[in-house]
Structures are given as C-alpha cells and as structure tokens.
Design a protein around this ligand. Structure first.
Ligand SMILES: [Zn+2]
Length: 369
C-alpha cells in the first residue's frame, strides 16, 4: 500500500472512531479512577450466566454456591455496539478491552474491523505490558470467542485459524482449552510452548514454562477415568504457575458451557456447568483470601435461554441470548461498585484496569505508525 493510501485510511478511521465514540456509542466514563489497587487479577466469565441460571441451579439442586458469598454485588449491562443482545465475541471484547464492538467481532473497532490502523488493547496485553504474566483458560476451544477476546484481534469469531495463530505468536504464559482446529504441536514448539493435552501433562508443568493446552475431551463435565482436568483443577494449577512473579499476574477463566447447554435448553447440563464454574470460583476465592492482594471479578458476557420463573419453576423461553443484565460479583476491591446497581460491560474492563494501576484504559493501540 502506498504511504498516501495508508495515511488516508488512517485519517478516515480516526474520523470514524471519533464519531463512534463521541456520538453514537457510549464511551467509558474516565472520571472515576481511584479504585483500590491490586497486584493480581482473576477475571471469571460464566458464559451465558444470568441471574436465573443461578436461581434455577440453586432451586433444583439445593446447592449452596460460593458465588453467593461475594459481598460486592451488582450487575453488568451487556449490549454490544450494534445490538441490545450481544454475542460472546462482542461481549468478551467489551469485558476484555473496554470498547463495544459489533456482534461476531473480536478485539477490533467497528470503524476499523480489519485493524489496518489500530485495535483496542485487551487486559492480558495490559498485564503483560506491566510485566505480569497472563493466562487464559476455558472449558471451550482455545479459539472460542471469549478466550479469543482476551488474546486476539479479528473481525470474525469463526476465523479460528487466525485466533490460534495470534495466540501461538503472542505473549501469554498459558492458554488452555479444548482443541482448536488449526493448532499443531510443531507450531507450538516453534514458538516455545509446552503442548499439554490431559490432566497428567498439565500437572507435570513447572514454573517458568509457557503452556498451550489442547485438551481432547470435555472439561466442564469430567468423567471418571478420562484424565481430563476439571475447570477448578485448571484454575488451581494456572494460579500456581502464574503467581511467582513479583509484579503479579492476570488470569481469565471461562466457564463456557452454561451458554452452550442453555442454547439446547438443556437445564441438567447447564446446572452441571454452572456448578463446575462455581467450583473454579471457590478455588480462586480461596487463593485471593489467603493472598490478600488479588482482585476476583465474576460476571457473564450475556444471559442465554431467557430463563424465567413460571408457577414456581424456572423455564427456558429461548434457545438464544437475551439482553438482560447479568451478575457482577467482586472480591478484593472494596470500592469497585460504590453503591451502583449496574454498570456497562465496558466499565467493568475499565475498572479492572484502574485497579491494575492503569487510569487511561481503554487504550487504542496503533497498528501502523
Ligand atoms: Zn451463546
């Protein structure tokens, strides 16, 4: 491309971005920045987890949930830039970068979807820029929309090979989930990753390694004898591998199958997945309480299934996502909500960044100079 064309695209994109942020879509309010500081962040996303996913699980299993013990409680408003009902790509992008984008997009601006000029920084990139090792773990494929939002920039969530290529070439310390189509152990080796694929190889990891997890069967419901780790076991091992750096660490944990089961209106599977996610929360919270310098944030990208209470029973009304607010639970940052009932999803990301000491988040990163 000639320098003139590049300059022209740059100018055009800048104008579009200004229009987007100033007039069309709400941009994060940067006025309040004095959030309690923390060294480590564990950011946990229950994909598709609405208030009634939790209520249904409690009512029908009798379980008492660790997420109920969080004292700082509010709601996240989940809209994307082009819809009141977000998908996991735009929802994950909002939580990861503090910018709203269009459904299907991962870590890119609406006005520059091929990130020719710039893209928004995500929270793992922020952590790494601060010298903190960062990891992303999920029960989904590593190339899924939520882990992708915390580790890649692409206009199309279905472009799994692009997401995997960016993760392999990127700076995460660990990236674990089920298999992604275009992953090869040769490519992983080339970039210095240790390739793990079951509980045994995960348990064998030692500090200082960088590991790419490609687990070969289900992680949200682990059958006896399958040699797969549960999400709680993955969370515990990930924290153990990340927490020796004096700068702290950042870990994103996704329970992906609350959403996936709710798309099928499979209440039994959804409850199973939610309990597995809650067990991972228990592991994170136990660490944070002992450590005293760790922020734990629990939220969802959106609700799935439109679960409502009818005649004393929680029922699915939809096989898709809804636009309702989702739970936002916080431990380790006393003034994260300060009495507010709900904040936009993008504001969750901005406040996490503020708690990490970065008051200028969200941040636009220039791709060309
Ligand atoms: Zn979904």
């Amino acid at each position: 491309m000639s320098p003139f064309v590049v300059k022209f695209i740059g100018l055009l994109t800048t104008i579009l971005l200004l229009l987007q942020s100033a007039f069309i879509f709400p941009s994060p309010n940067k006025e309040k920045t004095d959030f309690e500081q923390c060294k480590n962040v564990i950011f946990m996303i229950g994909d598709g987890m609405g208030f009634n996913s939790i209520a249904k699980t409690k009512a029908e299993t009798g379980a008492s949930l660790v997420m109920d013990t969080f004292e700082i409680r509010g709601e996240s408003r989940t809209a994307s830039a082009n819809s009141v009902i977000t998908d996991s790509a735009a929802g994950g992008t909002a939580l990861a970068t503090g910018f709203r984008t269009f459904n299907g997009a991962i870590g890119v601006f609406m006005g520059d979807k091929n990130h020719v000029v710039s893209h928004p920084m995500n929270l793992t990139e922020l952590a790494i820029s601060q010298g903190k090792p960062a990891g992303v773990i999920t029960t989904d494929s590593t190339a899924g929309a939520t882990p992708g939002s915390f580790s890649a920039h692409t206009s199309d969530r279905d472009n799994e090979s692009d997401i995997t290529a960016q993760q392999l070439a990127g700076d995460l310390t660990l990236c674990w989930g089920t298999t992604a189509g275009s992953f090869t152990s040769e490519a992983a080796e080339e970039y210095g990753w240790t390739h793990i694929y079951n509980k045994e190889t995960m348990d064998a990891l030692t500090e200082g390694s960088r590991s790419f997890g490609q687990f070969t069967s289900s992680l949200w419901h682990v059958d006896n004898g399958s040699n797969m780790p549960t999400l709680a076991e993955m969370t515990e091992k990930a924290i153990d591998l990340l927490d020796d750096d004096e700068d702290g660490f950042f870990l994103m944990v996704e329970g992906a199958h609350i959403d996936k089961n709710s798309h099928d209106k499979n209440g039994e599977g959804m409850k199973d997945a939610l309990l597995s996610f809650d067990a991972a929360i228990a592991t994170a919270l136990e660490y944070a309480k002992a450590d005293g310098e760790t922020l734990v944030v629990i939220t969802a990208d959106h609700e799935t299934g439109g679960i409502i209470l009818v005649n004393g029973e929680y029922k699915y009304t939809s096989g898709g996502h809804t636009g309702t607010n989702v739970p936002l639970l916080v431990y380790g940052c006393e003034n994260f909500l300060e009495g507010e009932i709900s904040i936009p999803n993008i504001e969750v990301a901005r406040r996490v960044a503020c708690a990490m000491g970065e008051e200028n988040f969200p941040i636009r990163v220039d791709v060309i100079s």
